[in-house]
Design a protein around this ligand. Structure first.
Ligand code: ADP
Ligand code: ADP
Length: 231
């Protein structure tokens, strides 16, 4: 089964009047195979965050269906949520906690025993090249380190699908490269990754397959190489 299967997905944000209603998704279909590194590329306002929000159960859909590893989201929301790790765009951890504590506390929230959480935290901090910063105040980390900490935290529940919403928006190229490295390692170890981006360069550097979304519709989809040849 695919990691993610989206069929005829629709989302209308109800405004106060017909004029302020927004059709953010107008019948989107796409499949992401297990093990893929997939980019959803599109300009601001295209519907990327809406799509990711629906898949990660933060936004209600207006029509269509979503399956995560074969489980219908509307039938078993809990099960599909357990399979997904989400990296939001904003840094939303406590800057006055240490990376190790942030990861262990997050795992605790998901019911992972402390001993297991410590094992996972070391693994994830090493993979994110943060192990030597495990006991520093998070506030003192560089911008790139903070971003990688967000990724490490999302991996604590061992999601089979990692979703990132514009993970590198507004960060410079050096920071982006550090994040790319961490994401490549996570994907190489078997986790399916989907990211949204409006940088073609980022999609090109990281992803095997992509879909291009514009004004709520998929305008092209397929392997990166085939699509680049057409652009
Ligand atoms: P992207 O992530 O590609 O920038 P979004 O999914 O954020 O696109 O937005 C798609 C469209 O839906 C835009 O026109 C946006 O203004 C609108 N939109 C997004 N969220 C809301 C909301 N909560 N209420 C009303 N309109 C929204
Ligand atoms: P960025 O994340 O901004 O791309 P790196 O994480 O690659 O930067 O860090 C560059 C170097 O600077 C690393 O060797 C890192 O240990 C060091 N460094 C950056 N910020 C700090 C900090 N606040 N405290 C300690 N070392 C830091």
């Amino acid at each position: 089964v695919p990691a993610l299967s989206v069929r005829d997905l629709r989302k209308t944000y109800a405004g106060n009047s017909a004029q302020t209603r927004v059709e953010a998704l107008k019948g989107v279909s796409l499949d992401v195979e297990q093990g893929d590194f997939f980019a959803l590329l599109g300009p601001n306002g295209a519907g990327k965050s809406t799509l990711i929000g629906i898949v990660s159960s933060l936004v209600n859909l207006s029509g269509g269906s979503v399956e995560v590893f074969g489980t219908d989201l509307s039938r078993d929301r809990e099960a599909s949520m357990r399979l997904i790790g989400l990296v939001p765009q904003e840094l939303n951890f406590n800057m006055f906690e240490k990376p190790l504590d942030i990861l262990v506390n997050y795992a605790g929230f998901y019911g992972i025993p402390r001993a297991e959480a410590l094992v996972r935290a070391e693994q994830e901090l090493r993979r994110a090249q943060l192990w030597d910063k495990a006991r520093m105040m998070s506030r003192t980390l560089s911008g790139g380190m903070k971003r990688r900490l967000m990724i490490a935290r999302a991996m604590m529940t061992r999601p089979r699908l990692l979703i990132l919403d514009e993970p590198t928006a507004g960060v410079d190229i050096e920071i982006r490269r550090g994040m790319w490295q961490t994401l490549r390692e996570i994907n190489a170890a078997g986790t399916t990754i989907i990211l949204t981006t409006h940088y073609l360069e980022e999609a090109e550097s990281l992803c095997r397959n992509l879909a291009i979304i514009d004004r709520g519709s998929i305008v092209a989809a397929g392997p990166m190489k085939a699509l680049l040849a057409r652009l």
